[in-house]
Design a protein around this ligand. Structure first.
Ligand SMILES: [Zn+2]
Length: 171
């Protein structure tokens, strides 16, 4: 390949067009960063859409990768009261503990804190018209649910999590 800087400008038309096209091709990548904060970040675990579809069930894919929400009272984990750890159904990252689980009566598993700082991340979404705090797995970026400020002490937080986004491992 010839260094483009050595080509006289009169003969560089085609190359300039190609360079312009290449620059244009890079633009959508930058533009998409604002679309979905959770997916725009780099996560330690990154699979292609095809790989996620293979790894997850249809419903899990919809929730974890497309920010869907399961029907309330549909998850058996809503009533799970045993001691143990809740892992991300996408990548097995430990995200919540039975120690902070409580019955929020909303129909979704609820926790007043993540298992440890850094296990989950948050972003703001406007999916239903007003800002909500979206919560996702810190390792794979998978959407878990939302955090509301009507939870119990000591944090006052309600992490409202889709049961399908988690896998429970009894202690
Ligand atoms: Zn994960």
């Amino acid at each position: 390949m010839t260094d483009q800087n050595t080509i006289p400008s009169q003969t560089a038309d085609r190359r300039q067009i190609l360079t312009a096209l290449a620059a244009g091709a890079a633009m959508p990548v930058l533009a998409s960063c604002g679309a979905s904060p959770a997916q725009a970040k780099d996560f330690p675990i990154e699979l292609t859409e095809a790989q996620w579809r293979k790894k997850l069930t249809k419903d899990q894919f919809w929730i974890l990768r497309e920010a869907g929400t399961e029907r309330r009272f549909s998850s058996p984990l809503n009533d799970e009261k045993r001691k143990g750890t809740y892992h991300c159904a996408g990548c097995d990252n430990a995200i919540y503990s039975s120690r902070t689980k409580y019955d929020s009566k909303t129909g979704w598993p609820a926790f007043w804190a993540a298992i440890e700082k850094g296990a989950v991340g948050t972003s703001v979404d406007f999916k239903i018209g007003y800002p909500r705090t979206e919560v996702h797995c810190a390792d794979c970026g998978g959407h878990l649910g939302h955090i509301f400020s009507d939870g119990p002490e000591p944090t006052g937080q309600r992490h409202c999590i889709n049961g399908l986004a988690m896998e429970f491992k009894p202690a």
